[in-house]
Ligand binder design. Structure first.
Ligand SMILES: CNc1ncnc2c1ncn2[C@@H]1O[C@H](COP(=O)(O)O)[C@@H](O)[C@H]1O
Ligand SMILES: [Zn+2]
Length: 350
């Protein structure tokens, strides 16, 4: 089987995907049509094409955070959010993804509150179109630029919704512009969420800030995203790298995102290699498949091509990723699917 086809067929789990960053060109067009049909204002025409990166182009992180506003102006009502969620889940399913933890930052808009924002995604996940088999769960995001009160409002909502819909709302995370805000602001809130049974993942080391990386690893999150500036050669230090090697905190690796935002110079020098060799759990993810014009199967293919992995090793990566999904009750279902694929394709796990 061709590598591209294999990567698409391989049952995969997506554990790091921001909803508004995952909107494809076609989803955005459908959202624009919904706006037109509903008589809602749509002011995205002038900069619509800036959202998805052009082939071969890069964008630094700061520029990246500007383009999310384009998607945000198309997801301001519960109906638009439902449509965006369903279309995005369908695309992940079509790409061979069988379980996804989608994450999103609740926003107050002229048409809904933060509470209605979260509720709309939960209901969209509970009431998927009939042909949808992908298992979807929600991680609620806190933006680093939020002050304590704003972050507390979101944490309280997540805990409340986790009690009501524990099968859907599985985690909380910190994201947003890494040069803004302080991790320590959110620690007491994350502790509360943890105590309420939620899992925690953190965007960690997207920019050089070894003190914060150390604080994050010492917090013992269930997973971290990116983990770029942890190795000494990438702006971390011996202490941060040693801590990661000892704790073996699972890392959500987003190759295209890291290279497109210039966090990493090129694929060959990506820290995947060191993480892999050190036996640190790796989960291949997309981050923002809409913004970076990628897909989960493309990330697996890139990984195989860059680091010379064979099909069994790719299956092993996907298999191992299943161990770190937040919804433990879905783990067996997902593993069974993958093991069935492995047996029927003559692949071998080590
Ligand atoms: C590229 N690396 C990244 N680093 C940090 N945060 C990121 C990100 N990519 C996306 N986000 C976060 O996700 C939001 C968009 O989705 P939602 O509105 O939440 O669904 C962005 O505004 C940012 O806060
Ligand atoms: Zn991210």
């Amino acid at each position: 089987m061709e590598l591209e086809a294999f990567c698409r067929k391989l049952p995969k789990v997506e554990l790091h995907a921001h909803l508004n960053g995952s909107l494809s060109h076609s989803t955005m067009l459908q959202l624009k049509r919904y706006h037109a049909d509903s008589g809602l204002t749509d002011n995205t025409d002038a900069f619509f094409d800036e959202f998805q990166i052009a082939a071969g182009d890069t964008r630094n992180l700061k520029q990246c955070f500007q383009v999310f506003r384009i998607a945000h102006s198309l997801t301001t009502t519960p109906e638009a959010l439902t449509l965006a969620t369903h279309l995005t889940l369908q695309e992940f399913q079509d790409d061979g993804c069988c379980y996804i933890e989608l994450r999103s930052t609740p926003r107050d808009t002229p048409h809904m509150t933060k509470k209605q924002y979260i509720e709309a995604i939960i209901l969209a996940m509970l009431h998927t179109p009939a042909n949808m088999t992908i298992i979807s769960r929600l991680i609620v995001s806190i933006d680093r630029r939020f002050n304590f009160a704003e972050a507390q409002e979101i944490t309280d909502l997540v805990i409340e919704f986790h009690k009501l819909y524990s099968s859907v709302v599985v985690g909380i995370e910190i994201s947003g512009d890494p040069s803004v805000g302080k991790f320590q602001t959110f620690v007491p809130l994350l502790e509360n969420a943890k105590n309420a049974g939620l899992k925690v993942t953190l965007h960690c080391g997207e920019v050089c800030n070894p003190d914060e990386v150390q604080e994050m690893l010492d917090f013992n999150p269930n997973r971290i995203g990116h983990g770029t500036c942890i190795l000494p050669r990438l702006g971390g230090n011996d202490a941060t790298w040693n801590t990661l090697c000892i704790k073996k905190t699972p890392v959500e690796v987003c190759l295209t995102s890291n290279v497109n935002t210039k966090s990493i110079a090129n694929y060959e020098s990506h820290h995947f290699k060191e993480l892999f060799d050190a036996g640190i759990p790796i989960i291949i993810c997309t981050d923002d498949k809409g913004v970076f014009a990628t897909s989960l199967s493309q990330e697996y293919r890139l990984c195989a091509e860059t680091f010379k992995l064979d099909n069994s090793q790719l299956a092993q990566l996907s298999h191992r990723a299943c161990l770190y999904i937040f919804d433990e009750t879905s783990r067996k279902t997902v593993l069974d699917k993958l093991e069935h694929f492995i047996t029927h394709n003559d692949l071998h796990l080590q």
